[in-house]
Design a protein around this ligand. Structure first.
Ligand code: NAD
Length: 491
């Protein structure tokens, strides 16, 4: 299999025919050589998308029922090929198979959701004043134009689908650039796009990193850029997007608080806290990476958390251990550097804190689940996003203090509270400055509900109705019901 990019309805090795290698993070073995996009390829893709949207128009002008039906076909094929996609994701990314299977299921439902939503009538009719005579005022939603979509490697298929499904449903022409770390399932998804006959130029796939991303975000011919990734890269995208005042959507990093009160169900809080930080090896933007626990509950909670997290199994992700490897060596070393920093700044490492190399894990990029106790707000490991299986623990005495600690972050993506006091749960969650929150659970995510962050965690929302509207312009249409002279000018 040759892993290529897809531009203007054709698979291509790109102008340089240059490849890079990607490895299986489980054992460091060779996985694939992938063709990289050059500047010229990027400009080609932009040109193709622009022509598709502004000249060819066959995707944009297709009635929404037909366009929606094409998305349904994509969903059906993806569903049929679920195991193939899930296994490929595991080999490329390292996540346990059952998690990759959930990702494919979510992707299938995302296509179905937007296929349906695009058929729902959209727009409004307004009762307006009669200063200039009787008017009929209404709005329609139109596709934004040429949309560049950039995604990270932690949910390679799913993060792409969160953007591709609504952007395509709305009738845009897209240029998609996944993270170069994990592109294989994206390439396979474009095979499906090709098979169902999305018109040429309406969907393009580029493979590269910041070099390609910078051209897309700065281009005068791209009308919108939606980006999921680190806050640092998001800031670059935002600066570049000023070139032509592109529409932007930013889904960025997080350092989310998980607040646990003493009246919480112990076993439940422990298990959800583990799901919050160890799912996908902690490589989740919304990860509950800061546990903030009531002092009187601390010892009991931490003891049980350590016991259970210590039993987390690591191994070949195809065999469904609790945790797989980190996505690659660079990322593993980044996480290990944070662990070193935590130890140096005086946090107490009470579990893990090292690369895990036992048994079959000896050549992979595994990190033992890591828990730091006695943490304080000024520590680097509490302030910065680690994006790995590392959690910090802080103690609080009062509800007020818990809220202050929870909000003591430039990020505002997610957060949770655990308590059996319903009023307190609602009071605290209302105070948490974050876009995605949970009460007595952590991390469930739904295609129907809007996803996005406050503060430095981003701009805009994905998923749900909002997630479609991000890719649409709203046009106001005002009709004069009495055409003719207004009589405003006297002469
Ligand atoms: P990253 O910022 O390094 O890369 C993300 C994507 O941006 C990649 O495709 C990369 O090639 C591209 N890129 C890098 N620099 C760029 C630039 N200057 N211009 C344009 N594109 C550029 O992030 P990552 O390491 O791939 O992913 C991890 C980050 O993603 C974490 O910070 C995580 O919190 C965030 N994330 C956020 C969400 C969310 O919904 N808010 C979801 C998943 C991941």
């Amino acid at each position: 299999m040759e892993w290529m990019m897809y531009i203007n309805g054709k698979w291509t090795k790109g102008d340089l025919e240059k490849t890079y290698e990607t490895l299986n993070p489980y054992d460091g073995s060779h996985l694939a050589y992938i063709y990289e996009s050059s500047e010229r390829d990027t400009l080609e893709a932009i040109k193709a998308a622009k022509y598709s949207f502004y000249n060819d128009r066959s995707w944009r002008d297709m009635d929404s029922q037909t366009r929606g039906d094409i998305l349904l076909k994509i969903a059906d094929i993806l569903e049929r090929r679920k195991e193939e996609f899930a296994k490929l994701e595991v080999l490329d990314n390292g996540k346990p198979l059952r998690e990759a299977e959930c990702d494919v299921d979510d992707a299938v439902h995302n296509f179905r959701y937007y296929a349906s939503l695009i058929k729902v009538p959209y727009g409004g009719v307004y009762d307006v004043n009669e200063g200039f005579g009787k008017m009929h005022s209404y709005t329609v939603h139109e596709p934004t134009g040429v949309c560049a979509l950039i995604t990270p490697w932690n949910y390679p298929l799913l993060m792409g689908v969160w953007k591709l499904a609504p952007a395509l449903a709305a009738g845009n022409s897209v240029i998609y650039k996944p993270s170069p770390y994990c592109v294989l399932t994206s390439i396979k998804l474009f095979e499906i796009f090709d098979e169902v006959g999305i018109p040429k130029g309406a969907c393009n796939l580029l493979i590269g990193g910041a070099n390609v991303g910078n051209i897309l975000s700065g281009s005068m011919d791209v009308d919108m850029i939606t980006f999921t990734g680190s806050t640092k890269a998001g800031q670059m995208v935002m600066k570049n997007a000023a070139s032509n005042v592109k529409k932007i959507g930013l889904e960025l990093g997080g350092k989310s608080p998980n607040v646990i009160f003493a009246d919480a169900d112990l076993e439940g809080a422990v298990e959800w806290a583990m799901l919050g930080i160890f799912l996908n090896q902690g490589q989740i933007c919304s990860a509950g990476s800061r546990i903030i626990v009531e002092e009187s509950f601390h010892d009991k909670f931490v003891k049980r958390l350590v016991e259970r997290a210590n039993n987390i199994t690591l191994g070949n992700p195809l065999n469904n251990p609790d945790m797989g490897p980190i996505v690659n060596e660079i990322q593993m070393n980044r996480v290990l550097d944070y662990i070193d920093a935590g130890k140096k700044e005086g946090a107490k490492c009470i579990l893990g804190g090292y690369r895990y190399t036992e048994g079959e894990c000896k050549n992979g990029y595994f990190i033992k689940p890591t828990i730091f106790d006695d943490c304080s707000s000024e520590m680097k490991i509490v302030k910065e996003e680690i994006f790995g299986p590392v959690v910090t623990i802080q103690k609080f005495k009062s509800e007020k203090e818990a809220i202050e600690m929870a909000n003591d972050s430039p990020y505002g993506l997610a957060g949770a509270v655990f308590t059996s006091d319903g009023s307190r749960a609602l009071r605290v969650i209302k105070e948490i400055r974050a876009g995605i929150t949970w009460i007595n659970c952590y991390n469930p995510c739904f295609n129907e509900a809007p996803w996005g962050g406050y503060k430095m965690s981003g701009i805009g929302r994905e998923l749900g109705i909002k997630g479609l509207e991000e890719y649409q312009e709203i046009k106001q249409i005002n009709i004069n019901l009495n055409p003719g002279v207004v009589g405003w000018y006297k002469n």
